[in-house]
Design a protein around this ligand. Sequence first.
Ligand SMILES: Nc1ncnc2c1ncn2[C@@H]1O[C@H](COP(=O)(O)OP(=O)(O)OP(=O)(O)O)[C@@H](O)[C@H]1O
Ligand code: SF4
Ligand SMILES: [Mg+2]
Length: 348
Amino acid sequence: MTHRFSRDDSNNGKPLLEVRDLKVQFPTPDGLVKAVDGVSFKIHRGETLGVVGESGSGKSVTFLTVMGLISSRDAHLEGEVMFKGRDLLKLPEVEMRHIRGKEMGMVFQDPMTSLHPMYRVGYQIAEAVLAHEATSKKAAWGLAVDLLGRVGIPKPAEAARRYPHEFSGGMRQRAMIAMSLVLNPDLLIADEPTTALDVTVQAQILDLIDRLKTEFNAAVAIITHDLGVVAEHCERIQVMYAGRVTETGTGDDLFYRGHHPYTWGLLQSIPRLDAGQTQRLLPIKGLPPSLIFVPPGCAFHPRCPYVMDVCRTEIPTMRLEEGEHAAACHLSSEEQQRIFTEKVLQQT
Ligand SMILES: Nc1ncnc2c1ncn2[C@@H]1O[C@H](COP(=O)(O)OP(=O)(O)OP(=O)(O)O)[C@@H](O)[C@H]1O
Ligand code: SF4
Ligand SMILES: [Mg+2]
């Protein structure tokens, strides 16, 4: 079996994935958890979308729903997940199972939950192939070894025979990426692919994802807490807070002309290493809200230094600034630009 490195794109310039007004609500004994509350975004082939936000902002739930791993059995779902012209929320589970793995791959937040500790790494990758393609065990093993080499694991034929615990954190992360890419998916979702890794390995993993995206002509979503780590690897970034998108734009839009006070908070909390000195790090005051009792109006208002009366009652909608840069905040654009220049730029 050979890998298909090029394919025709029958989507005619349309995004590979377009999520429209997605809502995901979990019924729990304490009340309804509004984990995703009206999220919309697009990803084209060859493009990486960064999804950034604090813990509990709905990043993983959004993409687990795209993967069909959260379904209407688990939660109340609304909206559309258009993938290659089909609404995945309307597909039966058996079709979704085929798409998952074959057309979409996901690197999960915790690699040890998706690599089985009792099986050799090569065997697990080969099994993923055999589950989706009619091929021999030998060919599937060959493909596993090929992929392990391609993601930068030294001596891949030997490595394939090892168990997950024999791999370092960075190598396990590479093995996970190999497993999610083995069927040449159109969309790769990487949930916190670097959090547990040191800075050098983080950089290697992100470079690897960049390279594979080009090689496989795939679309990529990288989910992360850390705006600083992903910015240069993403064509677009979307910031999430309490299940909603608060700002979206290029890395430059957010770093050099951010419009949302929550984005400013994230920028100011990025640790900087300048001339060997760790600079001031200002964490955002307060905690993210409960998603059962989401604050009315702008969900960020209890923590926002610029809160106004209207913020406590009206949910701000996305306002387009320039290009595809947009933010959901009641402050005027002029006010946002003034605060950004006078206060935020000084502290980042
Ligand atoms: N199966 C579930 N049942 C009830 N609530 C859930 C379920 N799965 C997730 N949640 C809740 O949905 C919210 C969003 O969770 P999610 O995992 O998407 O956050 P996240 O942005 O990925 O955070 P982190 O950065 O910590 O991974 C959280 O409040 C979480 O507790
Ligand atoms: S809408 Fe109001 S509370 Fe929300 S971020 Fe903007 S100024 Fe702050
Ligand atoms: Mg998560």
